[in-house]
Design a protein around this ligand. Structure first.
Ligand SMILES: Nc1ncnc2c1ncn2[C@@H]1O[C@H](COP(=O)(O)OP(=O)(O)O)[C@@H](O)[C@H]1O
Ligand SMILES: [Mg+2]
Length: 270
């Protein structure tokens, strides 16, 4: 099977005053079609830096110093702005920790779907409304909420809207950077179940980023453990849960509250 995404020796520096700071240090990994790859590690280890670089959304002072990012064999780092506009959302999309970073506070929900749809091809307003209604219903939001502004929805509903928006153009990969961290555990669990259900229905890959290794073990097929800009261990969820080979991975488990430790039957136990 050929990889959907292949990252080879990626290095990202922040060019701050003084010495450049290497936030991501020559990391390599692949994501297969229809796979959920988890990327776990403590705050500040470089997870978001990886996510932004993969989508070419990183901005100065961040600089990709080395490496390759191949999406279906295409070299993302050499894409033109036009290539990037066509590629983002339609082939790869992103859900951020706070829906407020994905959604504009000044536009209705419909407006945001409409703008994204129009940017990717001709579509009438009526068609866009049908599509928006369909997508909202798919994530459990009544279609008439498309006329609301984001602040009129709860945090959980906003995150569902961000997920619907990310799925609208049926991308092959969705990057989720701490998508449920700001939500309470019950809502978090509901949304993750929704992601698994939609993945089975639509078929897409996910790069799922979190500092919560127990949560990660519940939904991922494979897990990479990041520490200080490096991937120190990568393997199937079962390997990482039952026989972590790296001391750091073990210490992440040790840090979990006892009830969350090593969930049996890993990914289906959400
Ligand atoms: N704009 C920036 N300028 C300088 N350093 C940054 C910037 N953004 C992040 N960093 C540093 O890069 C490292 C990785 O950050 P980040 O990717 O946000 O980690 P994570 O998402 O794992 O919490 C951290 O040490 C952070 O302080
Ligand atoms: Mg982060």
């Amino acid at each position: 099977m050929s990889a959907l995404l292949s990252v080879e020796g990626l290095r990202v520096d922040y060019l701050t005053a003084g010495e450049p700071f290497t936030a991501v240090r020559d990391i390599s990994f692949e994501i297969q079609p229809n796979e959920i790859l988890g990327l776990a590690g403590e705050s500040g280890c470089g997870k978001s830096t990886v996510a932004y670089a993969l989508m070419r959304l990183h901005k100065p002072p961040a600089l990709v110093r080395r490496g390759r990012i191949l999406f279906e064999g295409r070299d993302v780092l050499s894409f033109s702005d036009k290539d990037l506009r066509a590629w983002r959302w339609s082939e790869v999309s992103m859900v951020f920790q706070s829906a407020m970073n994905s959604l504009s506070p000044v536009m209705t929900i419909f407006r945001q779907f409409y703008d994204m749809l129009r940017a990717h091809g001709p579509i009438t307003k009526a068609e866009a409304q049908d599509r928006t209604a369909h997508m909202l219903e798919m994530v459990g939001i009544p279609a008439d909420r498309m006329h609301s502004h984001p602040h009129q929805l709860s945090g959980g509903m906003r995150q569902r809207v961000a997920l619907a928006l990310a799925l609208t153009l049926q991308p092959k990969l969705i990057i989720m950077d701490e998508p449920t961290t700001a939500l309470d555990v019950v809502v978090q669990r509901e949304i993750l179940q929704e992601v698994l259900r939609l993945k089975d229905e639509l078929g897409f890959s996910v790069l799922f980023i979190t500092h919560d290794i127990a949560l990660m073990a519940q939904i991922s097929d494979r897990i990479g453990i990041m520490r200080a800009g490096e991937i120190v261990e990568i393997g199937t969820a079962a390997q990482i849960v039952t026989s972590p080979s790296h001391d750091y991975t073990r210490s992440l488990w040790e840090a979990m509250p006892i009830l969350a430790k090593r969930p049996k039957g890993a990914r289906h136990a959400v």
